[in-house]
Design a protein around this ligand. Structure first.
Ligand code: AMP
Ligand code: ZN
Length: 490
């Protein structure tokens, strides 16, 4: 299988031709959410970016196994294997069992993903569901000489590892520089080296989430879950590993070290990282308190928001920037995105009403080539959108009678629109709130109106009128035409 796709690899800091290990299969692992609180809009940006990447790979014909984990254990407050367990802390605060916390925020995450029209991953494994795999991996790393146990806690020996493999490779840093930037060990520290990190952590008497292990009761460190689950579901070496850029220096650097130390092979061919969503230039994060929730964005119920914006407008806003660029949130940018999105969707409606001419005065093929070139160039969605607006201009000119499209070009334009607007960018035609609340979708309205057409053909005018009245009540304006019907939302 041959495509022209080129991806930027964080590991080599270069754009590389995408050549999967075992085409047409592609293994893709994305670090999922830590479910001790609601996902904010920044997290959503990362997952929406990988959704578009997943969609485009599938569109090109790759058979993608997309694994996105749920982190439901093993997260301490500090990055240094210390502090309180975030799940236990939240459980105490909300007077819930830790697994109730996990359940609540996993459901919330899924709701947000559905509202943003992201496709479900092929496998969504949880850290708590893979404790034995993590223990096995830790055992293997100890056996291979890259980890050691101190009083029930197991640490990864970074300096030992670095003698055999380049530890800071992902962020292009040498061990000496990393050591320089890290606090000296104190007399109380158990670890041997100051960069060493925990693979397994001994439980304290008050620890709520703990499991038996060869080193006593404890729980996994933050990074081992992703090494264990990616190896289990995608193999020792797989194609794509992704996550937000903030994960490069610690989480992904440690993941590479663990997997290499366990499996004696480089785990990932292409490392891909999304850039951050910022608010007034500062990264949106749970801890900074500037992380507003998707639900607040939709309702407008947040001091930073002038009003609410619909999920598809937000998705379009995100697609307007490249996944490796920062994206700064502002009301003005969202309002501009709203106008752009509506223009794009309206042109799609117009496209389906156009009639073909005997010959075309404009060409669709050129735009199609440019759309593929944009996405082949490391998933360049802003350039893709610019080309889609060339298509919008053509559609509107044909509608105004200034240009013409032949039957085959018209079909090509419809295919192009469907492929890139709906299938790849994952946008959906939105209905107004009145119909959203009633559960009606465009497809459903078409289906009901076709049934009404049937009823009319069978001279069952009572049913036909009832359908019309009920849809009208729900805000759907129906116009009977020579060939059937047209409708719009009032
Ligand atoms: P977390 O739930 O904190 O583990 O984060 C889930 C994902 O969201 C990770 O891949 C993070 O890198 C990513 N992420 C966190 N903050 C942001 C942000 N402001 N913009 C984009 N992605 C983010
Ligand atoms: Zn991870």
């Amino acid at each position: 299988m041959d495509t022209n796709l080129v991806v930027y690899n964080t590991l080599t800091r270069k754009k590389e031709k995408f050549e999967p290990i075992n085409p047409p299969f592609v293994g893709m692992y994305v670090c999922g959410p830590t479910v001790y609180s609601d996902v904010h809009l920044g997290n959503s940006r990362t997952f929406i970016s990988f959704d578009i990447i997943y969609r485009y790979l599938a569109h090109l014909g790759y058979k993608v196994r997309y694994v996105r984990n749920i982190t439901d254990a093993g997260h301490l407050e500090g990055d240094r294997d210390e502090g309180e367990d975030k799940f236990a802390k939240k459980a105490k605060l909300e007077k819930l069992e830790p697994m109730e916390v996990v359940q609540k925020y996993t459901i919330g995450f899924h709701d947000v993903m559905r509202i943003f029209n992201t496709l479900s991953p092929s496998i969504e494994p949880t850290a708590t569901g893979h404790i034995s795999e993590q223990i096995e991996m830790v055992k293997e790393i100890i056996d291979n000489g890259y980890a050691y146990e101190v009083g029930g806690t197991v640490y990864f020996d970074v300096e030992k590892y670095n003698k055999d493999y380049p530890y800071g490779q992902l962020t292009n840093r040498k061990l000496e520089d990393l050591l320089e930037g890290t606090r000296e060990l104190s007399g109380q520290d158990e670890k041997k080296g100051r960069l060493d990190f925990a693979l397994w952590i001994k439980a304290k008497p008050e620890t709520l989430m703990k499991w038996p292990s060869p080193w006593g009761w404890g729980f996994p460190g933050w990074h081992i879950e992703c090494s264990a689950m990616s190896t289990k579901y995608l193999g020792e070496t797989f194609d794509i590993h992704g996550g937000g850029m903030d994960l490069q220096a610690t989480h992904h650097t440690n993941e590479i070290a663990q997997s290499q130390a366990c499996n004696n092979t480089t785990p990932v061919k292409y490392w891909m990282h999304t850039n951050m969503l910022t608010v007034n230039g500062a990264r949106m994060s749970k801890s900074a308190g500037n992380g507003f929730l998707p639900r607040e964005l939709f309702t407008g119920d947040h001091p930073l928001l002038e009003r609410g914006y619909s999920p598809m407008v937000v998705r379009f806003f995100m697609a307007q920037s490249h996944y490796r660029s920062t994206l700064d949130f502002s009301n003005e940018a969202l309002q501009a995105a709203e106008k752009g999105f509506q223009k794009l969707i309206k042109a799609g409606e117009t496209l389906h009403k156009l009639t073909a001419a005997s010959e075309s005065t404009v060409t669709i093929n050129e735009i199609k080539t440019k759309c593929y070139q944009a996405m082949d160039d490391d998933f360049n969605t802003p350039v893709l959108i610019a080309h889609l607006f060339d298509l919008v201009r053509i559609i509107n000119s044909v509608n105004d009678g200034k240009e013409k499209l032949s039957q085959s070009d018209l079909e090509e334009a419809k295919k192009l629109y469907q492929s890139f607007v709906f299938d790849v960018l994952g946008l959906q035609q939105e209905l107004l709130e009145s119909t959203e609340n009633s559960g009606l979708t465009g497809d459903l309205i078409d289906l009901i109106l076709n049934l009404r057409l049937e009823a009319k053909k069978n001279k069952d005018f009572a049913t036909a009128d009832k359908i019309r009245d009920e849809l009208t009540e729900k805000g759907v304006k129906i116009k009977d035409t020579k060939d059937g019907f047209e409708w719009e939302i009032e």
